[in-house]
Design a protein around this ligand. Structure first.
Ligand code: UDP
Ligand code: MG
Length: 338
């Protein structure tokens, strides 16, 4: 069954626009964000809801959200049972978002809420996948900028899916696009790749990334490295295939060397030195083999995670949201998700 099948028979969605905001220890930023976001939404659309996905925060995020929901029922929340990571928090948000369109944004005010008006305009023109395109990355740490540039180059060189320049999670997705994303139950989630993979009529809206309102980035270099590996490995099998070529090249080289040694021995007789060459080549080949095993391991680990079919996330608490069948802590299967 395709992800978009049965759309026409669905009853109308609850609100025109749902905004999904993953939050991890952002208690201080949430009220500021709402104060800026709500007027924008009231201007831009006829009805809206804002779904905060608490990704296992350890601060008082949930108390803040409870108070905000009491003041404005359009503010809702779903709290995950622990920290599952931003990608999974976004998936949980999409599962609970019941809008004609859904906007995904960060809570730290790096994504200016005012741009949503431009998103909605493009959506009304018929675009289903409207992404914010960051003009510059100078709010990021230098090392992170360098690594992310390398990553995108590598992704472009290896992957079959091309990512638009500067596009991230800040975007508007039409209901059809949201349903398509919901239909993808993969655990190693690389949302940026998935947004590009689903296709649909897409367009970028440039925006300036602001500095983080308060607090620090929730991404350590370790988390970013895992994320980059997830991204590459869920969109290309090139790292698996490359060993065929490496192996061929090394074997060919070894044959050439064998021929050379044979000739030299016939002409000059047996010659003992060469320890250094032996040690270096043994270590080099050992390294290459371990590396290729490591790559296999990375893929097998991901296959293992997929075949276990554990739920993508577990919900601890909902505020102002009905427990939807779709977000039940049960294995996600394609057919029941659409
Ligand atoms: N976030 C999350 N779970 C995590 C890490 C981050 O839900 O494990 C949220 C975070 O609260 C914020 C958004 O994802 O709303 C972006 O995070 P951050 O600003 O730290 O990332 P950066 O801007 O450095 O990419
Ligand atoms: Mg940020």
């Amino acid at each position: 069954m395709s992800a978009t099948e049965g759309l026409t028979t669905r009853e109308p969605a609850r609100v025109e626009l749902a905004v999904v905001v993953p939050v991890f220890n952002e208690a201080e930023n949430i009220p500021t964000l709402l104060a800026r976001l709500t007027p924008v939404l009231e201007r831009a659309v006829s009805s809206h809801e804002i779904i905060f996905v608490d990704d296992g925060s350890r601060d008082n995020t949930m108390e803040v959200l409870r108070a905000l929901h009491a003041a404005d029922p359009r503010v809702t929340a779903v709290s995950l049972s622990r920290n599952f990571g931003k990608e999974i928090a976004i998936a949980a948000g999409l599962d609970n978002a019941d809008g004609e369109a859904v906007v995904i944004m960060d809570a730290d005010l790096q994504h200016p809420p005012e741009i949503i008006e431009a998103f909605v305009e493009k959506w009304r023109e018929g675009y289903r996948n409207v992404y914010g395109q960051r003009i510059a990355r100078d709010t990021d740490r230098l090392l992170r900028r360098v690594f992310s540039r390398r990553f995108y180059r590598l992704f472009a060189a290896m992957g079959e899916t091309s990512l638009p320049e500067g596009a991230g999670d800040f975007r508007l997705l039409d209901r059809v696009a949201v349903l398509s994303l919901r239909a993808m139950g993969e655990r190693a989630r690389f949302s940026k790749g998935l947004y590009a993979w689903i296709g649909f009529k897409s367009i970028g809206v440039p925006f300036n990334v602001a500095a983080r309102a308060t607090g620090d980035s929730k991404f350590s270099y370790r988390k970013l490295t895992r994320f980059a590996l997830d991204g590459l490995m869920s969109f290309t099998t090139m790292p698996l295939m490359v060993w065929t070529y490496v192996g061929t090249a090394v074997s060919f080289f070894a044959l050439l060397m064998a021929a050379r040694f044979l000739l030299v021995t016939f002409i000059y007789g047996i010659d003992v030195p060469g320890f250094a060459t032996i040690i270096v080549s043994v270590m080099f080949l050992g390294g290459v083999q371990l590396l290729s095993l490591g790559v296999l391991g990375e893929y097998i680990g991901r296959i293992f995670a997929e075949v276990k079919r554990r739920p993508l996330y577990l919900v601890g608490e909902r505020i102002g949201l009905e427990a939807e069948a779709v977000a039940d802590p049960a294995p996600r299967t394609h057919s029941r998700r659409v």
